[in-house]
Ligand binder design. Structure first.
Ligand code: SF4
Length: 473
């Protein structure tokens, strides 16, 4: 298969492709007489209302298809390679890189360092711009592909070169100006390393980046994640409670000014800063529609608000008095240290509202990556099994259902980061596992009414999906 030929993996029912008898295994050769370089090209060309598509069938026959369509329709196919080109790897060696701090022996794909603008557009990944050329930026501008999410770290060119270990990292900051001039929507991220790009450097970066408002719509500031595998790497320290508070103060002191001018709070501290500083999370309005949720900015506020609203809705409903004493079960919730206080508070409120309900909440220490990693998304199956078994040996009751957030599993799989499967964990613990999607409503409904939504698939996996009240009516 040549580089610019794209094998079709799936044809969606009811799509243009199906109507034209395009089938899985067919190969897309050209659109409007041009080869398709990658998914950017494909999406861009699909915007025309009249297109000509050349497809090669498995017997070698080539079909020319003329298609009259709506502006926003595409063929309705999935390609074997979703980027329609090779993934671009990064050309940096950042001092805080999480991949460099991973234990050996994990699945090979987890060590792949991508830095690909196509993934930024398609999946929201953050890119450093260091492996891009001016012509790549011009293409993004021409095609108006947005948003592009950029890992900035600092606007100090020299410091950026040092942090990214890449001598071109400073000069590549000029692409921000190009994207701004081209009116391309962007989001930014600053990974803070203690005593490196924080303090005055952070203030300066925020000031510099604010010049790109309103096309640069948000910038999140997140502390670098530090594992125990840092031997031989640049020493990056952990933030103390007071230092985290200073970062929050500086960020919050600037939000109002940007909001007054642009209607955006623009600069956001991630949830981890608030937890480290022991502060309350900002009110919902300050998250600008949760624009940086994927970066851990506002997740806890959203979770808390949804939880409160759902609990209020339930306890305020006419059925509540009848329901109150029917929820009679014991379960265990496992979470990371970071969310532990919030989950404990939720469990307490639920047990008060439902007196026969018993919830045990445990935070799982991250022995796999090191105890400085406190998020639930990086807890492995082996840590979960070992620590819950220890609890049980000490005589603690766990119940027969273990509820975990679904982010402990790899996206779309029933596998933990260390390759232990849900089934392995269930067998080891003799409990059913319930992986619950993020959200305060899902959290409550999974606890109160598990039978209703539990779905058992062939792999013996209990999966609780959000209960859609509207659909049930
Ligand atoms: S850009 Fe930096 S942090 Fe990202 S993968 Fe590459 S080296 Fe790691």
């Amino acid at each position: 298969m040549k580089e610019k030929e794209h094998v079709i993996k799936e044809v969606y029912p009811g799509s243009i492709a199906e109507e034209l008898e395009i089938e899985p295994g067919d190969v897309l050769l050209a659109v409007n007489n041009q080869e398709i370089e990658d998914v950017f090209d494909y999406r861009y060309m699909m915007k025309d209302e009249y297109i000509e598509v050349v497809v090669r069938k498995p017997d070698g026959e080539e079909w020319l298809l003329e298609i009259d369509k709506e502006y926003d329709d595409d063929l309705g196919v999935e390609f074997e390679n979703s980027l329609m080109s090779d993934y671009r790897s990064c050309s940096n060696k950042c001092i805080f890189c999480f991949i460099d701090q991973m234990p050996p022996g994990m699945r090979e794909t987890l060590y792949f360092k991508d830095d690909d603008s196509r993934l930024s557009f398609l999946q929201g990944n953050y890119i450093t711009l260091t492996n891009m050329k001016e012509k790549d930026i011009e293409r993004i501008i021409r095609m108006q592909l947005a948003p592009i999410n950029i890992s900035v770290q600092t606007t100090n060119s020299e410091l950026r070169c040092k942090m990214l270990h890449n001598r071109f990292a400073g000069e590549k900051l000029k692409y921000l100006q190009m994207l701004y001039d081209g009116h391309v929507e962007m989001n930014g991220q600053i990974v803070c390393c203690k005593n490196v790009n924080d303090g005055h450097e952070l203030e300066r970066s925020i000031r510099d980046l604010a010049k790109y408002l309103p096309f640069l719509r948000s910038v999140s500031v997140v502390p670098a994640g530090i594992t125990k595998y840092r031997e031989g790497l640049f020493p990056v320290g952990l933030y103390t409670k007071e230092e985290a508070g200073n970062v929050i103060d500086m960020i919050e002191s600037r939000q109002q000014e940007y909001y007054d001018r642009y209607g955006l709070h623009f600069i956001h501290a991630s949830d981890e800063w608030y937890i480290t500083a022991g502060r309350d999370f900002p009110e919902e309005e300050r998250y600008d529609g949760y624009i940086q949720l994927e970066n851990g900015v506002g997740m806890m506020r959203l979770f808390i608000n949804e939880f409160n609203e759902t609990l209020e809705e339930i306890t305020g409903s006419p059925e509540y008095e009848g329901l109150k004493n029917t929820v009679n079960r014991t379960l265990t919730i496992a979470t990371g240290k970071l969310a532990f206080p919030t989950i404990c508070s939720f469990a307490g409120q639920l047990m008060k509202a439902f007196p026969l309900l018993t919830i045990h909440v445990f935070f799982i220490r991250n022995c796999f990556f090191g105890e400085t990693i406190t998020v639930s998304g990086l807890i492995t199956g082996q840590d979960l099994v070992k620590q819950l078994k220890e609890r049980r040996e000490k005589g603690e009751e766990l119940g027969d259902v273990l509820q975990i957030p679904s982010n402990m599993l790899r996206m779309g799989e029933q596998v933990f980061l260390d390759d232990l499967t849900v089934k392995d964990v269930e067998e080891e613990l003799g409990m059913k596992l319930a992986a619950v999607e993020p959200g305060g409503r899902e959290f409550i409904e999974a606890i109160l009414d598990p039978e209703y939504r539990m779905k058992r698939n062939n792999d013996n996996f209990v999966y609780i999906k959000a209960y859609d009240r509207e659909k049930e009516k």
